[in-house]
Design a binder for this molecule. Sequence first.
Ligand SMILES: Nc1ncnc2c1ncn2[C@@H]1O[C@H](COP(=O)(O)OP(=O)(O)OP(=O)(O)O)[C@@H](O)[C@H]1O
Ligand SMILES: [Mg+2]
Length: 481
Amino acid sequence: MNKSLYTKLVLIMVALIVSLMAVVGAFLMNEIRSFYLDDFYQKMQTVFDYQTLADGLYSAANGADAPEEMAKVLKAYSGQLGIDSGSRNYYILSGDTGAVMTGSGSETGTLAKTTNIMTAIGGNAGYVSDHSSSYMDVALPIEGSAGRFIVYIKDNKSNVRGLSSKLFGIIGQALLIGLIISVLLSLLLAKAMVTPIQNLTKAAERVAAGDFSPNLTSNAQDEIGVLTRTFNGMALQLEKTLDDLKKSEAMRREFVANVSHELRTPITSIRGYAETLQDSRNMPKATEQEFLAVIVNESDRMTKIVQDLLMLSRFDAGSIEFAYERFSFEKSLHDVYNAMLLEAQKHSHNFTLELKTPIPDIVGDTARLEQVLINMVSNAIKYTRDGGSISMIAGRKDEVVWVSVRDNGIGIPKEDVSKVFDRFYRVDKARSRESGGTGLGLSIAKEIVTRHNGTIELTSRQGKGTVITMTLPVEGRKNEE
Ligand SMILES: Nc1ncnc2c1ncn2[C@@H]1O[C@H](COP(=O)(O)OP(=O)(O)OP(=O)(O)O)[C@@H](O)[C@H]1O
Ligand SMILES: [Mg+2]
């Protein structure tokens, strides 16, 4: 259990209960006091307003033994006046000195001269109430032929005090029970809050240690539930990012390995042929020429690989500038067709160009798009057995021009189709190398076409043939500066 959270909760609960009780207690006490005070003065007013009582008192004040007679009259009304001989008593005082003549209470000699008594001695009714004093009283002057008297009712508030202290006790008990309940509740609450936080902490520790599996479950709609779900999402995202990183790191390694391999092969054969030429003095001229041709050929191959790699790394760095201009795509199609026709004829392919619609001028980098077209056609020529048929078909659809190169060549196995755009990927390494391929052509093509906001897609059936289609927006790349 988290101590600090628990302590905080307990403190808050205790403060809450204590302040609540204090407010309620103070309010109740005050209410009771004013209730008693109001009740007392109201009762007195009502009772003394009775004509019969007043008549009785006045006639008693006229007769002999006036104080006792007046006391009798009051006694008859003790019910209405609430006289209980305990907290509330009546007295008959001398109207001149305020001295007690008779009464129901015990304070006969010691009765204090209150403000109200002084008022009555002065000849007026003393009805003033005072919240803060320890008693409530009324003093009424009665003048008869037997003398001046004061009818005096005094309540020493012992009832109110008794009730208040009882209430105090009840509030104290409630406070105690409230405190116990609040401590228990805060314990439960702290546990309910701390447990998911502890789970989260553990999960975070596991994630920090590289274990992304902790799938915390929480259906709670509260903040902790949201936090838990967010945490799950984060762990998942982190795992994915790490996976991606690992994958791209693996791809980078593979790429470097491929590059080294591709470069080493021609170097090895160049060196082999060069050494042979160096060592053999009397080599026939024809063989010498043949060896030199291989060396030149391999150097060309290396040059091509290095150029391709350079271009790809420039694409990756984003440092390549495309020369966007409006040019005749139809002319480019014809140029590429004418450039590749000789190569196609060398392999006895039936090579055709067909334009389905008029081809508009488009915006793009002419040289690089022609490079893509050349790779599309040269692949078809390379990967089709001699005497095959290869066709370039092009057209326009809305704001897009498309061109397909279709062959009836060796095709590509299903599982390889998605990989042919990967760098260095060749379905049949030996065959491709034989024909001078490095597996970079389509990945470069993809970069170029993508940068033109176009698409390049390939469909193939092994042994039947391949169709590769490029589309380009007529207006070129939108948002181009
Ligand atoms: N028309 C096609 N028919 C059959 N296989 C194809 C065809 N076009 C591409 N491929 C397969 O896809 C691979 C990748 O093609 P890509 O053009 O990228 O490389 P390449 O032609 O081998 O080398 P490069 O183009 O760099 O000289 C090829 O090696 C080949 O296996
Ligand atoms: Mg190619």
